[in-house]
Design a protein around this ligand. Sequence first.
Ligand code: SF4
Length: 637
Amino acid sequence: MMYGYAGSVLRVNLSTGEIRREPLSEEMAEKYLGGRGFVAKMLYDELPPDIEPLGEKNMVLVAAGPLTGLFLPGSGKTHFGTKSPATGGYSDSNMGGHFGPTLKYAGYDVLVVTGKAPAPCYLFVEDEKVEIRAADAYWGKGAITTEERLKNDLGKDFQVITIGPAGEKGVRYACISHDFGRQAGRTGVGAVFGSKNLKAVAVKGTGGIPIFDAEGAYRKGKEAYRALFAKPGFEGWTPEGTAGITNWVNEVGVFPTRNFQTSFAEHYKQINGKAIIEKLKITDKGCFCCPIPCGKYGHTTTKLGSAYVEGPEYETIALFGGCCLLQSIEEVAYANHLCDEWGIDTISAGGVIGWAVECFEKGLISREQMGRDVRFADLETVAYLLEKIANREGIGDLLAEGVKVAAQRVGKGSDTFAIHVKGLEWSGYECRNAPGMMLAYMTADVGAHHNRAWVLGHDVAGSGASVHDLITAGGTGERLPKSPVPGKSAKVIEMQHVRPLFDALGICRLQYMELGFEVTHYEEIFHLVTGKKMSWEDMLQVSERIWHLTRAISVREIEGFGRSFDYPPPRFYTEPIPTGPNRGHCLSEEELQALLDEYYQARGWDKNGVPTRETLEHIGLGEVAADMEEKRRKPKA
Ligand code: SF4
């Protein structure tokens, strides 16, 4: 009996129609916990060599963790993994909602989809009944619309994940949607669904999850809720959710503005958390078992139309309100709605559109190529380009490739301000005076994503302050001093183990990160659920193992992968910030190199950022070391 786990892996080959169940590997659960750990391990073991991310041979995994679906705060997380169409390397993406719990109740910890269906299909799962069904009635429809229709057709107790038209068309940053506004947004997992002709997965589960000490786990769960309710900051977190940080990031000058040209937006009070409450919000909306719902469900009205929408959360505000400069929260929310329906990641979409507008302003993309005039601070520009991207029409076909490839094709120096790492567009923090956060973006395994390590509080406040502590702290309006560069790697590495650990356990990190929920809760709950004793340090070691493994996957999958893939765009080391609290600051190329040197050394990687044999063996990945040496002996043709 594997306590805490449903105990099975469901495998579906869409080319052959084969559906197979197999027992979950106890050894894998022991060494990788679940969720992100399962995704990394199974991709390492099973991904065929040298495949195209949008080809038939790629695989996509959907995984829950040992704490997913239980009576615990924030236990509704689901993890997706694949070879990324955005970066060509290891990728994963995390999603809240109710899907992971339901997958486990249906009897599965992991769903593995391979092959390509001959025609549009969706996967129907009702406990042991699993069928590949025709999706002609849903193909071409928006993600939110499809979810609503499938729930109407199958029943409200089905949990649905689906793609929109962007995923069908292979937009490399298409997302997977769920629960009318939750997304596995990053790295293009939705495009991989689309490349397999897979529109959706609908799951209903009526089973239970075996628990080592069910009574104790229930008692501990109740205690955990009470402890969370008593946390200082609990009352303050929910009303604005992640959008509550918008004021602070502007007041300390790290808000990505006008395609990251600067780091302060004059209009930030028009697009902050307070504006959400005043202009949009109808109710709070949360994931499975979450007592601090960060989702804000509301209604927006703009000159282009009106819509119900979940969000915007902070990252969407940063990319559409900052990078694209939309002037009101209603406009940001409308752009959010369009992305949700088209099935596009708001972060990458905002980054790509910001870059395209700057190219247009500089004359690098003509009006004829663009199809019309485009400009910053213009909702019509954003709506026009989103539609083009989602349908891969005209300029949208180029922009659907992502900012890295688009800049390579446009040339003329446009890569200087193509804001990405490894091909993944940068999320919502400008870091020319935040070297720790810059390093976190540079070394994040999936590309420029904040969810691996958020160390801005350390950079700016010189402390490990939580987001909640910082929301009310604000800035003084004075120009800030230059943040010191040396000594950043320790904090970055610490957070790169802490944050992704929650993805392996299958629960939300925000309770811990933002409200300071004690790690002892997780240790005790993990024991009561699984019967295994693991200290927080033991769990962090698993997270560290996963970190080295995902690096090894990208070394294996991407020719020449190494140090040069950890570089930020030239804008960040050649152009001082022109305005705001960090005006005049910029990191030099030497400082970036020093950041990487310090980080690689602390990680036990070589000068090119490749894990050494000694490091891999030390963390229990001796077989990976042997594989990597084999690969070096036989480079790709
Ligand atoms: Fe979901 Fe937000 Fe609650 Fe986390 S804090 S479980 S993301 S609603």
